[in-house]
Every structure is written in C-alpha cells, then in structure tokens.
Design a protein around this ligand. Structure first.
Ligand code: C2E
Ligand code: MG
Ligand code: MG
Length: 386
C-alpha cells in the first residue's frame, strides 16, 4: 500500500501544490481546509504524514497541536507556515513535549524546494512497532504508567488515580496505548503486559500508602486476563508482595467482558470482590449490551464514556443520556465516574446532577508519578487554605 499524507490548509492553492508534490513522492494525498472538516471525517487522520498550516481560521497554532494531541495522533507532523522561525521553534518544542512527532518547520515560500528533505527523514524514521519489539519492551521494562486523578465532584477531594499504560521506546519516544494495545491483543501479549502493568501499579499504590496517602488505584484489565491461568493465585501473591489493601484496588473492565466472561470468569470476578477489590464497567454506554452487563456481572462502579461527557455542555441528548446514567448508578447503589471532563461547564453540570466522581483533562491530564506527587501536594495545600 502506498504511504498516505494529509495536507491541512485553508488555502486551496497550497492544498493543490502540496498534493502535487507529495504525489510525486508516491504519497496518496488527502486534503482538509479546516478543523471542522477533520472532526467530521476523523478517518483522514489515519495517515502517515500530516502537513499542517500553522494558522487556520479561528485556531492558533498551539490550539491545533492540542487538538492533534487529544486525538492521540501518531503520524509525523510537518508545520507549514508563513510565521517566523522563532514562533515555529516554540510550536515544535510544545508539540514534542506533548509527545507529538514534530517533523520540523517548512516556510510556505520553500514548499516547492524544501519538501523532499522531510520526505527523506520520514523514509528513514522508525517503522510502527512489531510484536517482537513489544515483547522485548515488556521484558526490558520499557512499559511504564501515567496516573490520572479521580476526584470527588462534591468536595474536590482526590480519591485516587487511574493507571494508564505507556511504552517508553528508546527510538520512538512515548507510545500511547491505542498504538500498541491492539497489537498486544492480536498477538497474545495482553496477559504478560497486564501482569507488568499490575506489578507497576501495585508497587506505586504501596509506596503511596507507606507515605500515608490513602489513595485508591484503578487498573484496566482485559477479559482475557480474567480468564488467564492461575490468575487468582498470582494476583494474591502480587498483592501480598506489595502488602496491598485490596479495597483500594479497582479493576476496570469493558463491556466486552460480559460477552466473554461467563461461567469460570464470573467466578473469578466474584472471588476478587470477596477480597475487597472493586469492579468498574469502563466506557459505559458505548457497547451494544451495556444494560445487560449491569445485572449479569457484579460491578461496583460505572464509568460514563467520555464520548457522552464531552458533549453534555453542547448536545441536549448527550446531557440527557449522561444524567440518566448518573441516576441509574445511584438507583443501583453503584458509584459513578464521569470520564473525559474537559471544561468548567461540563464539571458544573455533573456536580449539579450529583455525579459523585470525575476524571478528565479539566481536573488533570495523566501524569508521571513524580508530577502527580507535585500536583497532589498543590491540591492539598489549596484545600487547607480554603
Ligand atoms: P480508558 O480506560 O477509557 O482511559 C481513559 C482514556 O481517556 C485515557 O487515554 C485518558 O488519557 C483519556 N482521557 C482522560 N481524560 C480525558 C479528557 O478529558 N479528554 C480526552 N480527550 N481524553 C481523556 P489513554 O491513556 O490513551 O488510554 C486509552 C485507552 O487505552 C484506555 O481507555 C484503555 O482502554 C486503554 N488502556 C490504557 N491503559 C491501559 C492498561 O493499563 N491496560 C489496558 N488493558 N488498557 C489500557
Ligand atoms: Mg479505563
Ligand atoms: Mg474509559
């Protein structure tokens, strides 16, 4: 298959010129004139190269990078602009610090002559990860965790974190889960990967508890892991090794678990609950059989998918669905977490509807353990002052 490229520019002449030049290098080229067009056709972003005009309509360059970051864009990004070198360098540093692959800056005036240097760079850049590399990364401990705070929407108290896996590859930098979890699922590596994640998560939980911080931790586990051989005895061993209070551990399962986890797996989930672990139903509302899961399996917590939460301040139907889920959780005696809260309006709507727990960029992005410590310290200082 030929490589693909996407040219994002509101200037149709630049779109056409970019398309012509990239086609000469063997790329299949798509174009977009504004971010609205991308939002309507997100598949355009599944591409091998993004050539991005740095000043599009109402957005500033940094807004555009935030947008691409939020969509976890993995393709290299070449900035194309009439801005000065200093502005471009600042944007590249900002994008890189967020984990975006910033290829460089090409002034629009040099588009005709300068593009081929960047194409050579792409051709020699690292290829997508392979199964062998992922297996090595697990062995060599290149897997690490980011921690995203979960807070009480009533009091603001930090209740705990969700552990989110990252792959720190020496050549490629940070690789996000959407770029390797599907690979792990396809290749039978999900079980060893999940043991590696649990080891890191429980070690961190234990360190917080030793320091007197009563945090809880939520860990994403696939259905396959629940059914893995000796799962319970190995889990008990791991908890004993880190002297874990299991009531502080939540295992997040997605709706597919209800399809796959009947019989034996249900027994394992019940055993885990007997030990005090909590079970959360993640991404609630996105599957095709959500409501059935609620009485089929013993869940303690519902996590409302961020595709609903992100629209509650703009789409009345998304708001109605979200608030109904909050009420449903309350009626079932379950804890409810709204994930993906991105602004103050969404936060206020959820708090007013008595949604107990929130998570999202408005509260905090996922953080490394060291940055989370600083963040927590700051929150505790602010709470004392209030
Ligand atoms: P999830 O479990 O639903 O995790 C929440 C995802 O939403 C995280 O993405 C988080 O960074 C992102 N997020 C949180 N707040 C916001 C927000 O306000 N706005 C937006 N746009 N996004 C927000 P991440 O870390 O890239 O993880 C993506 C998915 O990959 C996770 O979705 C989960 O399904 C999977 N995953 C992550 N870590 C693990 C893991 O340790 N094990 C397994 N099995 N899956 C994992
Ligand atoms: Mg989750
Ligand atoms: Mg989720």
């Amino acid at each position: 298959m030929p490589p693909s490229a996407l040219v994002i520019d509101d200037d149709v002449d630049i779109q056409l010129l970019g398309k012509m030049l990239l086609s000469r290098h063997g790329f299949e080229v798509a174009t977009a004139g504004c971010l609205g067009e991308l939002a309507r056709k997100p598949a355009l972003l599944n591409t091998n190269l993004i050539v991005l005009d740095f000043g599009l309509g109402d957005f500033t360059g940094l807004d555009i990078l935030d947008y691409l970051y939020d969509l976890k864009i993995n393709a290299p990004i070449l900035l194309l602009s009439s801005c000065n070198n200093e502005t471009a360098a600042h944007a590249i540093a900002k994008g890189t610090s967020k984990g975006l692959k910033m290829l460089g800056f090409l002034p629009k005036a040099r588009l005709m002559t300068g593009l081929s240097d960047f194409i050579k760079q792409i051709e020699s850049s690292p290829k997508p990860p392979t199964v062998g590399e992922l297996a090595q990364a697990i062995k060599q401990q290149h897997i690490c965790l980011a921690f995203q705070p979960k807070v009480s929407l009533m009091t603001g108290t930090v209740l705990g974190v969700e552990a989110l896996v990252r792959w720190e590859d020496p050549a490629r930098g940070t690789i996000y889960p959407d770029n390797f979890i599907p690979l792990a699922e396809r290749s039978g590596l999900m079980v060893p990967l999940t043991w590696c994640i649990l080891e890191l998560a429980l070690a961190q939980l234990s360190a917080w508890h030793t320091r007197g911080l009563p945090l809880s931790i939520a860990i994403n586990v696939p259905a396959e892991f629940v059914k893995a051989e000796n799962m319970l005895s190995m889990f008990d061993e791991l908890c004993a090794k880190h002297t874990i209070d299991m009531t502080k551990v939540t295992l997040e399962l997605t709706e597919s678990v209800g399809v796959e986890c009947l019989g034996y797996a249900r027994h394992i989930l019940e055993e885990l609950r007997k030990r005090g672990c909590k079970l959360a139903l993640d991404d609630f509302g996105t599957g095709y059989s959500s409501l059935t899961q609620l009485y089929r399996l013993p869940f303690d917590e519902l996590k409302i998918d961020r595709s609903f939460v992100s629209l509650i301040d703009s789409e009345p139907s998304a708001q109605a669905i979200t608030l109904s889920i909050v009420e449903l959780g309350a009626r079932l005696g379950m804890s409810v977490v709204a994930e993906g809260i991105e602004n103050a309006d969404q936060h206020a709507i959820l708090a007013k509807a008595h949604c107990p727990i929130g998570q999202g960029y408005f509260i905090s992005r996922p953080l490394s353990a060291a940055v989370f410590d600083e963040w927590l310290q700051h929150q505790m200082t602010m709470a004392k002052r209030a």
